[in-house]
Write a protein that binds this ligand. Structure first.
Ligand SMILES: Nc1nc2c(ncn2[C@@H]2O[C@H](COP(=O)(O)OP(=O)(O)OP(=O)(O)O)[C@@H](O)[C@H]2O)c(=O)[nH]1
Ligand SMILES: [Mg+2]
Length: 430
């Protein structure tokens, strides 16, 4: 992870609704994503529903329970009576398509307790992250009733991209994705606003109020699209390998261990000599590998290592362009390390992930760059099991070198350092 787990991070509550009609996202993947986006997670609340609630996504009872839990927390911890949230009246009854009230499916045993850190004083300090894809109406209604920031998986992923975007193009792609998202929310908000005013003498005043904002969004979106077209033309002419340093890019699925490897490489080198790594950007570090010439003269090898956004299963089509553009800086790599979690229980999934990684590498035009498969988390596997998997991978990809490591206990780190230095020396970088 790029961020260590500390109290200066934003505070998040994760909510997951399990429902037959929804894609079942992995909660561990979500925890990792939230941490990568810079959140401390304080509660995880799940709810099983037969059908989602059309107004709040969650069951109505759960919405109230969470509200009461928050009220309780802020009342008890801050005695801040003035800031107490005023609850909006809820619709009297809501039934699913079978005529049953939604509450029927809720687990009434659940208690919602909050234990936020000292730094949380207001509801606005908390973000609720749904491990689902929310409709704009759901998000709007929940934001109103809880009086705090509510985002879904897609928006969280966008926040991660924002942290990783380095090139002008990727920043524009991400801004475009966010503007699209926000335009949809504004449209919904406007619709709701006008609906509430119906029957009164309102005569389109509401729409007029929103129009300048919408116009500004439309204008900005057009400008970005035009600029992206120009950049895309120019990109075809762009030369790679601009930097005077040897660049190593880390690529792979989320949770594979990319950031841990980067941190461990940087930190282990730091132990051998001072000032041996520098943070160049939130995701790039300069690492000096110790190396000695034959006559024993110190010949430290400077390398820039760049972390990248992890691939995520079932990414929303709205985010694909933004995602690919954050990876484009990898085009400037001289070596790519494909990080794979070799400890994953299902080997078929591992092979699928390797295949998808190559597809994505083709899309971002980095297939020409030398690559090494880095099989991480070997501390989780028996030697026998590991060897079987390594043998199979070698059979499928005989032309790609591979190295087995554990970023946790630094097993294999000498080997990985050697590989990096070898490639660097072959390329004659200094
Ligand atoms: N057992 C074990 N766990 C590891 C190892 N390397 C990393 N992890 C754990 O795997 C989890 C994910 O590691 P990260 O470094 O955040 O993975 P990442 O590839 O950067 O993930 P994204 O940033 O989401 O793309 C963390 O909980 C790490 O502690 C390892 O060698 N062994
Ligand atoms: Mg990471």
């Amino acid at each position: 992870m790029i961020n260590s787990f500390n109290s200066s991070l934003k505070t998040a509550v994760i909510i997951q609704v399990n429902c037959p009609s929804l894609i079942p996202y992995d909660i561990d993947e979500m925890k990792g994503l939230a941490k990568t986006a810079g959140y401390n997670i304080f509660n995880i609340i799940t709810q099983k529903l037969e059908h989602i609630n059309p107004k709040f996504f969650l069951g109505r009872g759960k919405v109230e329970l969470i509200n009461a839990g928050l009220d309780n927390f802020f009342y008890n911890n801050h005695h801040n009576h003035q800031n107490q949230h005023v609850e909006e009246p809820l619709e009297s009854e809501e039934f699913d398509e079978n005529g049953n009230p939604f509450e029927e499916y809720e687990n009434k045993e659940d208690e919602v307790e909050f234990d936020f850190p000292e730094t949380v004083h207001k509801r606005k300090d908390i973000t609720v992250i749904f491990n689902n894809r929310l409709g704009n109406m759901h998000r709007l209604n929940l934001t109103k009733i809880w009086d705090l920031k509510v985002i879904d998986r897609d928006e969280l992923v966008l926040e991660i991209f924002e942290r990783h975007a380095q090139t002008h193009e990727s920043k524009l792609q991400i801004e475009l994705a966010r503007l699209n998202l926000e335009t949809n929310i504004i449209k919904k908000e406007l619709g709701q606003h006008l609906e509430e005013k119906q029957g009164r003498d309102f005569k389109g005043k509401g729409r007029k109020g929103w129009e300048p904002k919408m116009q500004a969004y439309r204008g900005r979106k057009k400008k970005i699209r035009d600029e992206l077209k120009v950049i895309s033309k120019r990109r075809n002419l762009r030369r790679k390998g601009r930097s005077k340093f040897f660049n190593v890019g880390l690529i792979g699925y989320t949770n594979a261990g990319k950031s841990t490897i980067l941190n461990q490489l940087a930190n282990s080198r730091f132990e051998t000599a001072q000032q041996e790594f520098t943070t160049i950007s939130p995701v790039s570090r300069k690492v000096v590998f110790p190396s000695f010439k034959e006559n024993g003269v110190w010949d430290g090898q400077e390398v820039i290592i760049t972390d990248s956004v992890g691939f995520i299963m079932d990414m929303s089509p709205a985010l694909i362009n933004a995602f690919l553009s954050t990876l484009e800086e990898l085009q400037f790599s001289d070596l790519l390390l494909l990080i794979i979690d070799i400890s994953e229980s299902n080997f078929v999934t591992i092979l699928e992930k390797i295949r998808t990684t190559f597809t994505i590498m083709t899309q971002i035009e980095v297939m020409e760059i030398p690559r090494v498969l880095v099989l991480n988390k070997i501390d989780e596997l028996s030697e026998e099991f590991l060897q079987k998997r390594v043998k199979k991978i070698r059979e499928i990809y005989p032309e790609i070198p591979n190295v087995s490591i554990s970023a946790l206990d630094k097993t294999g780190f000498d080997k990985i350092s050697e590989i990096i230095i070898d490639f660097k020396q072959q390329k004659k970088y200094h």
